[in-house]
Design a protein around this ligand. Structure first.
Ligand SMILES: [Zn+2]
Length: 134
């Protein structure tokens, strides 16, 4: 029994090794093998075309049903999340708008430099334009 294993395993290993080397270094062998594999797959697909089509259809239907089921089951949560994010973006827009408006109004403050007359921030100690103290 053991003797047989000691003979079979090396033969198998040598066979696999020879096959791999052959595939790596003999292009014609490789293309022959690949062609054979392709033909086998093609034949298999042709033989089971109807089954494969059915499997594809069923899988697609399951996917659609699952997605629909998930939406149906969580409709309230989804609606909540959607309206929440809508509120969030609304808030973000409001905040941004306020900031822009504030920036614009601050830019056009009615405080001017005593020396050169440039528009300056009401709380600034020095003029941005001429650098003199207010
Ligand atoms: Zn100035």
């Amino acid at each position: 029994m053991f003797d047989l294993i000691f003979v079979l395993v090396p033969i198998l290993a040598i066979g696999v090794f020879a096959f791999v080397i052959g595939m790596m270094f003999v292009p014609s062998l490789r293309s022959k093998f690949m062609g054979h594999q392709l033909r086998m797959q093609k034949r298999m697909l042709e033989d089971n075309k109807d089954v494969m089509t059915d499997i594809g259809k069923i899988t697609g239907e399951i996917g659609v049903k699952t997605a629909k089921g998930v939406i149906d089951e969580n409709e309230d949560d989804i609606r909540h999340v959607v309206s929440k994010s809508a509120d969030m973006s609304k808030d973000a827009i409001t905040t941004t708008t306020r900031a822009i408006k504030k920036g614009l109004t601050e830019e056009e403050s009615d405080v001017y430099c005593k020396h050169c007359g440039a528009s300056i921030d009401s709380d600034s100690t020095f003029c941005k334009a001429c650098g003199r103290k207010q």
